[in-house]
Design a protein around this ligand. Structure first.
Ligand code: C2E
Ligand code: CA
Ligand code: CA
Length: 616
């Protein structure tokens, strides 16, 4: 037998019958424990056995609550609910009755006359109500030393315990200790199997069984519920650059922030590295879900600082609703995941409800991603150049590099169809570098051949701006001997305003690289915001140039952008200039540079070379 169950030899002062009854109790309880009987029933049985051999007495087991401050009755099958309620919350102390004193002193307490005993002095009402004459209590210990509760026999008469009674108490307290310890171990195991050790949130397996249960309940009650699928944006950056410990801290922080935005009963689980799910049950309408999504978005700090570096913290959320978007756990999870990807496409920190069309898009997206990867390996991508001119001198000032994908089967695929897909994965980084290197090499070749030097503008997606981006670009330029001040990066306004970490752009700007804010006017930047950004140029979005002739609103916007740029000391370029009328308006209003079909379309390198040569 294990040391847990070893008991000192029974004192020979007891009668044979008494010794036998003690052995009997131990035997029965150990058997129940071995059989896997539930712990509550075992403790109840222990109390009843003690009562059986002690006439006119009731037994009870008390245990510390979670905070280790109060004692709670955990077994007392013969005590009334009223008596239990009055005992609960007992604080251990010298005057804490027999049990409070036993736990406090870590020694057995034998109160033979409750009326006259100091230890019971504050329990007169209890004595009156329940007619307790004597109460003997033995501490229950977790290990040899630490008391965690008490086993007590309270008598409806005043009485002294015999040696046998004392041994009975000691034995019962000991057995109760074993049962409780086993219970705690099992709780611990259960917790390990069902909870995530890092965040203390339910884990995937617990979540799955809860989801099954929620579906059954919702089917019965006819209520809806929502499943929210959360994925942190750019979490990988933190892990990659700051190490897993920093990543863990961020996950803990996030789990806490999200928890504080939820109702107490909402199921919230961590089901993967940086993936979380939430169930919002008893939904009457989906506005509640919307509120929760917005609350989560605003509960995060906009960024977290680790070792002096700021990382933006946002999460993308996809929502599926039972039964509308699925009636099985798999469907609900898959559709919420799909919606989450759609949310990510809208930019970091967004949420999106599932729609059937999204599934179609996912299949397409996966296929396209595979094709892009293949195209990179097979060098299918080409770079076209579109000229930019000074609006007053009409001299060539620069060229924008624009990617082209002449697909072997599908013909020319426009960038608006594949760049957003590439931006969903690491592929955009490869594409970005591919275009940059190819365009730089081409320009160097032209300049070597005597073409005038101009600014090379290259489009960059914010998803490329990982830590180390600036160093990488710098090294690439250095290795090719490409003049740093001849490079300009174009970055879209709507992407920039959702992105807090512009450290990499700042570094490049300080090295002399130009930074143009592309599609300007569509992202609603404020003047105050612009002042803080590392930019050298504003590019008025094509949509404002398009209707310049007729639309007076666009005229107001375009001229406002121009004067905004001027007041910040930035150059302003207009893109999409197709007519003389547009050109005149822009020139008259002080726009510095022009780009558009009127002046030159995007051209393949050979054509561009001829075009530039013919300018002089
Ligand atoms: P964007 O940066 O705004 O590029 C300008 C787009 O306007 C180009 O479309 C260009 O061909 C088109 N355009 C130029 N002049 C005119 C005009 O007068 N009228 C009209 N209607 N359109 C004009 P494109 O080449 O289809 O590129 C679309 C977008 O794809 C670009 O918009 C840019 O956001 C993205 N893109 C292109 N190449 C790259 C790249 O290498 N990297 C990244 N990240 N994005 C790229
Ligand atoms: Ca551009
Ligand atoms: Ca643009």
């Amino acid at each position: 037998m294990s040391s847990d169950t070893d008991i000192e030899p029974i004192d020979t002062n007891f009668s044979r019958e008494q010794s036998a009854s003690l052995l009997q109790i131990q035997h029965e309880i150990m058997e129940q424990l071995a059989l896997g009987t539930d712990h509550q029933s075992i403790l109840d049985a222990l109390c009843r056995a003690a009562e059986h051999i002690t006439e006119n007495a009731v037994a009870s087991v008390m245990l510390f609550d979670e905070s280790n401050t109060f004692l709670q009755v955990i077994a007392a099958p013969s005590l009334s609910a009223d008596a239990i309620a009055q005992l609960n919350g007992l604080v251990p102390g010298e005057e804490g009755g027999s049990c409070g004193a036993a736990v406090y002193s870590n020694k057995p307490q034998y109160v033979c006359n409750t009326q006259a005993d100091k230890r019971w002095s504050v329990f007169h009402d209890f004595i009156e109500s329940f007619k307790i004459g004597a109460c003997w209590s033995n501490p229950i210990r977790m290990n040899e030393t630490t008391p965690i509760g008490s086993f007590a026999l309270a008598s409806f008469e005043t009485r002294q315990p015999t040696e046998f009674h004392k041994r009975l108490l000691e034995t019962c307290a000991y057995i109760a200790g074993i049962v409780i310890k086993r219970q705690k171990e099992e709780d611990q195991l259960w917790k390990m199997a069902h909870y995530d050790g890092l965040t203390n949130l339910p884990n995937r397996s617990f979540f799955n069984s809860h989801l099954d249960y929620s579906i059954r309940i919702a089917q019965r009650t006819g209520k809806q519920f929502a499943l929210l699928f959360l994925d942190l944006d750019r979490f990988k950056d933190i892990n990659d650059t700051q190490g897993h410990e920093a990543g863990d801290e961020v996950l803990k922080y996030i789990a806490e922030s999200i928890k504080s935005s939820l109702r107490k009963n909402d199921m919230f689980a961590r089901i993967g590295g940086d993936e979380f799910v939430i169930l919002i049950e008893d939904l009457d309408d989906s506005s509640l879900v919307q509120q929760v999504c917005e609350k989560i978005a605003s509960s995060f700090l906009s960024k977290v600082t680790i070792q002096g570096i700021d990382y933006p913290l946002t999460t993308s959320i996809g929502v599926s609703v039972f039964p509308e978007h699925g009636e099985t756990p798999q469907m609900l999870l898959r559709n919420a995941d799909t919606a989450m990807y759609a949310a990510k496409r809208r930019g970091a920190g967004n949420y999106c409800f599932y729609e059937a069309e999204l599934t179609h898009n996912v299949t397409e997206r996966i296929q396209l991603t595979a094709e892009i990867r293949k195209a990179l390996v097979q060098h299918q991508f080409e770079v076209y150049f579109q000229p930019q001119f000074d609006s007053v001198s009409e001299q060539l000032t620069g060229a924008e590099a624009l990617i082209r994908w002449p697909h072997p089967d599908k013909g020319m695929i426009p960038p608006v169809l594949f760049i957003p897909v590439a931006e969903q994965s690491e592929l955009i980084k490869e594409i970005g570098l591919y275009v940059l290197e190819k365009a730089c090499r081409q320009c160097l070749a032209w300049w070597d051949a005597g073409l005038p030097k101009f600014i090379l503008a290259v489009n960059v997606s914010v998803n490329q701006l990982d830590v180390g981006f600036s160093d990488h670009i710098h090294n690439v330029l250095k290795s090719m001997a490409f003049p740093i001040d001849k490079l300009e990066l174009e970055i879209t306004e709507s992407q920039v305003i959702n992105f807090d970490d512009l450290e990499e752009l700042k570094k490049l700007e300080s090295l002399g690289v130009g930074i143009a804010m592309d599609d300007f006017g569509t992202g609603h930047s404020s003047l105050a915001h612009l002042k803080r950004l590392p930019i050298t140029k504003l590019k008025i979005d094509r949509s404002f140039v398009k209707d310049l002739q007729e639309d007076s609103d666009d005229k107001v916007i375009a001229s406002a952008i121009i004067s905004m740029g001027q007041s910040l000391g930035l150059k302003v370029v207009a893109e999409g200039v197709e007519t003389d009328a547009q050109k005149c308006f822009l020139v008259d209003n002080g726009c510095d540079q022009l780009q558009g079909y009127l002046l030159g379309r995007p051209m393949p390198p050979e054509e561009f070379e001829g075009f530039v040569s013919s300018l002089n």
